[in-house]
Each structure stands twice: as C-alpha cells, then as structure tokens.
Design a protein around this ligand. Structure first.
Ligand code: COA
Ligand code: AMP
Length: 630
C-alpha cells in the first residue's frame, strides 16, 4: 500500500481523529475537543467548541515564534515594474493599523466589509485586518462592474467598503472609483463609509461626507495596537460570491476553524512546501485561488507569498512568470492552464525560460479549469518540472482531487487531476443517484459531510444551499461537474452539468449574461452558451431573436448588447459575438437546448434530442453561424 493510500484510509477509518490531529497545527485560544457536530448547521459543523483567530495564525504567531524578520508578502507589479515586501512583523503592524481604522469607524466582529481592490499589497492586508477583528470580508473581483458590485452589497450589507482609485490592466488604467460610486447608487443598502487607496497612476475625487483617504486614516493609527479577537471556529471568516445559474451570485461562506485546519494541511501534504519557502499563486484575490493560496494558506504555514499585479503576457512580455519565479526563488507555482496557453502562444518553444534560473522551482500546479494534456506536456517540456493538475471549486476552498506531492508523488495520468483527497469521498452517480461502475461518466458528487474548510452554507441562504447542492442527490454534495473515476481511483472531470462556463479560468454564469442581453429593448429572446476556445478554454457566444423590424439595426444592436454585458457584468464577461436567429431550439416543454447548441457551434456530431420541438431549427442555427463565419 502506498503512502497516500495509508493517509487516505486513515482518514476514512477515523475522520474525526484525522482532523483533530491536523488541528494541532493551529494555535487556538480554545483547542477543539471534538472535530464535528452533525447536529449543527445544514449538514453539521467542524470544530464546534474551538476558538481562535485566523490573522493570529497567519501573522502574529510567526512573529512570536521568532520569524518576525522573515518576508511574509512580496508585492510584485509587472505593470509599474515595482516591488515591495512586508516581513511578518511589518505585516502585523499594518494589519493592526488597518484594524484600528475599521474599529474606529464602528466595524465590529460579525460586521461585513467589502474589499473591491486591484492586486496591491493593501488588498491582502485588508483581508487580514478584517480577520483580526472578526469582521467578515467579501472581496469583489476588480473585473466586475458596478451592477455586480451592487448585487453583492445588497446581499451581504457591509458597513464599509475598502477600495482604490484605480486598477492597472495592460495598456489601460481602470478607474475603480466611478464603478464604486455607481454601485453605491444602484444598491438599496446604503453605505456611509468608504476608505479609498489613492494610487499615483490615477487619483480620484473623494466625497467629503463618505470617502476617506486610506493613507491619512492609516497615518492616524501610527502606534495603534489591536489584539486579535477570539472567534468561534464556526464563525464566518469571509463570504466569496461565485456564479450560480442566475444573475444572483451565491455567497459562499468560509468558516474560521475548519478553513485554517484544512488549508494548513494542504501546504505540506499537497503542495509539498516547507515554512520559509516562497509560494506563488498567480491569480487574483477576487477569486478563491487568491483567497486560499495568495493569502491564507501560505501565511498560515509560514511561507512567503507573492501578490502579483500583471498578466502572463504583455506585462511586458511572455517571460514574466519565469522572471518573477527566478527573482524570488519560487519553490511552488500555481496558476490556471489558460495563463500558460497565453505564454505558449507567444513563446512556443519556451526560449524565454532558458534566460531564467528556475533551480528553486519544484512543482507547477494548475487548477481553475480542465488542464488539457497538451498544455501540461508543454510546461513539463519547457520547465523540466512536474506539473500537477488539481480540481476544486470556490465552494470547497481547497483540493477535492489532486496529487499529494508532499505525501507521495502519484503517477500522473494526463487529463486527470488524480485522486480524491482525505476529507472527500467522491462518487460518480447516475441521474437517479445510484453509483455507476468505474469508467462510466456521471454526476460527480461528494458524500456528506464535506470536509473542514468547505462551505457550511450560503450567506443568509440555507434553503438555496440545500436546493443548489444537497437536494438532487440526498446524502451528497452535488459538484455540478460531470466526470468519471477509473479503476485506479483517478478522477476525470469533463464538463459542468449546469450553465456555468469557464472563460480564461474565470467562472461565469451564462444565465447572468442572458439576463443582461435580454435587457436590450430590441431583443425578444436570447441564449448564451460557452464554446470551446483554444486560449481561454471557453468563450461566451450569444444568440438573439430580435423584435420585428429591428433587423436593419443589427450591427448597432450587436455592439450595444456587447457593451451592455460589459457594463453590467464587467469586462471579464468577454461576450464579443451575438448571432441573430429566427428561433431557438427548445424541448416541447419550452426549455432551450443549450447543450445541443454548444455541439452545433463546435461543429460536433449532434444526436437530435428526442424532446426537441423542431429539429430543423438546428440547421437554421448552423446557417446563422456560417453567415458570421463561426
Ligand atoms: N480589473 C479590471 N479589468 C479586468 C480585470 C481586473 N482585475 N481582470 C481582467 N480584466 C479585463 C481585461 O483587461 C480584459 O479587458 P479587455 O476586454 O478590454 O481586453 C477583460 O477583462 C478580459 O480579461 P481576461 O479574461 O483576463 O482576458 P485577457 O485577454 O486580458 O487575458 C489571460 C487572458 C489568459 C492572459 C488572462 O485571463 C489570465 O491571466 N488568466 C489567468 C486566470 C486566472 O488567474 N484565474 C484564476 C483562477 S487560478
Ligand atoms: P471556481 O469555483 O471558479 O474555482 O470554478 C470551479 C469549476 O471550475 C469546477 O466546478 C470545474 O468545472 C472547473 N475546474 C476547476 N479546476 C478544474 C480542474 N483541475 N479540472 C477540470 N475542471 C476544473
């Protein structure tokens, strides 16, 4: 039996003992005496009697253990070509000052704070400052527009919003403040306080009665000391909104105790890093990868983490990844496959790798979308390092299936994120909920309870949590991914079973985009689907039925629809093409056959669905796509 099998079996035999053992790596105010209470919450709660603080475990305890002078965070901007560092001791001071600012403005444990910021050091400090005082942060990705921000404001009802004057995208400055102002106008929940970080690239106006200058507020806290508030392990640490099947995003809750225990376990066992080494997740704090692997996990484990502002290409070139890895002696690197596809498109032979010393790099990890074998082979070839795919979701916060390199490097099967991790009993079910045989495609589900760190429920929405995740297969969490497990226990994740698409590693709702498209006055009906794209994995493609008489304005309408989706959801929505059609293929009961449309658009063989109202519509769709040369 291999080393990993032993660990997995030890979890399966005694799950509570397994997690209580892992909990010893955390410094608690009140240590847990039991791991799990099945009677609390929707499906049970982890560490029901423990108390502690996440910021203490990420920051203060390393200072107390003599590591105050070690670097905690490196900020590296490939756009401004600047870098800065904070040691653990400096990070402690900075979180205390910002926590003091929040406390003075009336924020207390349990209150919500929205963080709408670009990839600056202060974004990470803001998350930790909230954690320090037990405030619940909700980071909103900078690529989302005002209406998306407003939806989140109304859902989590924050006391204060922390933001910045601008973000920096290659070749353009993104003014955040007008987006924030407009979100505050749209939202029903009224905000009276904001704190704005002025960036020199674009200073913004501050409203006298509402907006405060970040630097001034911090300067007034020079000697402020703010102890870490002791929180129940079951208290929420943060809310992170993720796409659901409608325009109303789901507020995934992360708790305090289970999150610390699970994330800490992953650093050594999955990523194979030791405290003090540099770990770099090239993502954004607006996504779950940023929460778990830019901020919390590396700091919990005492690693140096990198907050990176830039893109894999164009800032300034396709060598950025290699340059930053060499400069900071990165031991483990983590990004989405799409980022490497972008690098490969510009440097197909990996010529730029050779100019950089990657001797510290041990492993490259990929997640966020399916890792296509071709991209994995390419990274292996140009770096000479192992490339590990791992599969997880915003909801779980850490790996469901992966290759536990710190326990045992399992054989790689290309196209598979390898095996279920301890905590996850992954099963593939047919539509009736019965387990299927090895090698058979079905619905990928996780037997309840979910492990520590995974969501206990959705913010203020237990009923939605149950209906979205728990009801279809009683006793299981439904991942909404389709896939199979082979005879060796390797999982293969093939596609989403819902209307979520994955564009450049960003998770987006086609339902949300349809809501925006349908708002155009000339659109009678619409459908948005995700079609395969060589670089981004998928891109959205819209189909519209126009109101009578609107045909002659087609070009303008397309531009208006594209602009409206961008303005409403944000530039990341990336809907660029809208195809006019006369009818949409539907079932006899009126459900749009989106999966069939995807096959048509991807020019795959289409089995005519038995329930289709009129198969001739598929030919009309083919013709409409051909007219647009798609
Ligand atoms: N603030 C404002 N705008 C943003 C933004 C942000 N934080 N992030 C992205 N955008 C904008 C981009 O500027 C772009 O605008 P444009 O249409 O005017 O060019 C648009 O949103 C789409 O961005 P993106 O999907 O990132 O495409 P891209 O062509 O700019 O870059 C990649 C493509 C592959 C290089 C890039 O998506 C990437 O690095 N992906 C990695 C994904 C990742 O880290 N995912 C997290 C999970 S690990
Ligand atoms: P997110 O919540 O943004 O992390 O997106 C989660 C979804 O992305 C999953 O449900 C999958 O559909 C997809 N995904 C993430 N990682 C992988 C992976 N390694 N392989 C296949 N799909 C993945």
């Amino acid at each position: 039996m291999g080393a990993f099998d032993k660990v997995y079996d030890s979890w399966k035999a005694e799950p509570e003992k397994f997690w209580l053992d892992q909990a010893k790596a955390i410094d608690w105010d009140v240590a847990p005496t039991r791991a799990f209470d099945p009677d609390q919450g929707v499906y049970g709660r982890w560490f029901p009697d423990a108390m502690g603080n996440t910021c203490y475990n990420c920051v203060d305890r390393h200072v107390e253990n003599g590591r105050g002078d070690d670097v905690a965070i490196i900020h590296e901007s490939a756009i401004t070509e600047t870098r800065a560092t904070l040691t653990f001791a400096e990070l402690q001071r900075e979180t205390e000052k910002l926590a003091g600012v929040l406390l003075d403005r009336g924020v207390k444990a349990g209150d919500r704070v929205i963080i709408y910021m670009p990839m600056v050091m202060e974004a990470a400090v803001a998350m930790l400052a909230c954690a320090r005082i037990g405030a619940v942060h909700s980071v909103v990705f900078g690529g989302f527009a005002a209406a998306e921000l407003a939806t989140r404001i109304d859902d989590c009802r924050p006391d204060i919003i922390l933001s910045a004057s601008c973000g920096l995208e290659p070749g353009r400055v993104v003014a955040y403040k007008p987006l924030l102002d407009s979100a505050l106008e749209i939202a029903d929940h009224k905000i009276t306080k904001t704190l704005i970080l002025q960036r020199s690239q674009q200073i913004c106006d501050l409203a006298d009665d509402r907006d405060e200058d970040w630097a001034e507020a911090i300067a007034a806290q020079a000697d402020r000391q703010v102890p870490c508030t002791s929180m129940a392990a079951t208290d929420p640490l943060y809310i992170l909104y993720t796409s659901g099947t409608t325009g109303q995003p789901k507020g995934v809750i992360r708790d305090t105790g289970g999150h610390m225990v699970a994330l800490h376990w992953t650093m050594k066992n999955i990523y194979g890093v030791e405290p003090g080494e540099t770990y770099w997740a090239a993502s954004d704090v607006g996504w779950v990868v940023g929460h778990s692997y830019i901020v919390y996990a590396p700091l919990l484990a005492g690693n140096t983490t990198i907050v990176f502002e830039g893109k894999p290409v164009g800032t300034p070139d396709a060598a950025t990844f290699w340059r930053v890895m060499a400069r900071h002696e990165v031991a483990v690197f983590f990004t989405a496959p799409t980022a490497f596809r972008a690098v490969r498109a510009q440097d197909p032979d990996g010529a730029l790798v050779k100019d950089h010393n990657l001797s510290n790099l041990r492993t490259v990890f990929l997640a966020g979308e399916r890792a296509d074998p071709d991209t994995i082979h390419w990274i292996e070839h140009v770096t000479g390092k192992p490339v590990i795919d791992h599969w997880w979701q915003t909801e779980t916060g850490w790996t469901i299936a992966g290759n536990p390199t710190g326990i045992e490097m399992l054989d790689v099967k290309y196209g598979s994120p390898a095996r279920a991790m301890p905590g996850y009993d992954v099963q593939v079910l047919d539509d009736a909920g019965a387990p299927v045989a090895a090698g058979t495609l079905g619905n990928v589900a996780v037997k309840l309870p979910l492990p520590p760190g995974a969501l206990p429920t959705l913010w203020n929405a237990d009923a939605r949590f149950r209906s979205a995740y728990l009801e279809e297969f009683p006793g299981y969490y439904q991942t909404s991914d389709a896939g199979m497990v082979d005879e060796d226990g390797y999982l293969f994740i093939m596609a989403r079973t819902d209307d979520i698409i994955n564009v450049a590693g960003h998770r987006l709702s086609t339902g949300g985009m349809e809501e925006a498209v349908a708002e155009h006055p000339d659109v009678a009906e619409c459908a948005v689907i995700g079609v395969a794209d060589e670089m981004k994995g998928q891109v959205p493609l819209g189909f519209v039925i126009l109101n009578a008489g609107a045909d002659e304005r087609l070009d303008t309408i397309e531009a208006e629809v594209v602009a409206h989706v961008r303005n409403k959801i944000g530039p990341v929505a990336a809907l660029k093409t809208v195809v006019p059609v006369k009818r949409l293929p539907k079932t006899r009961s009126g459900k749009i056959l989106r999966a069939t449309m995807v096959k048509v658009a991807q020019k795959e063989d289409v089995a005519i669905p038995a329930t289709i109202d009129d198969p001739a519509i598929l030919d009309e769709i083919r013709e409409a796509l051909a007219v647009r040369k798609i």
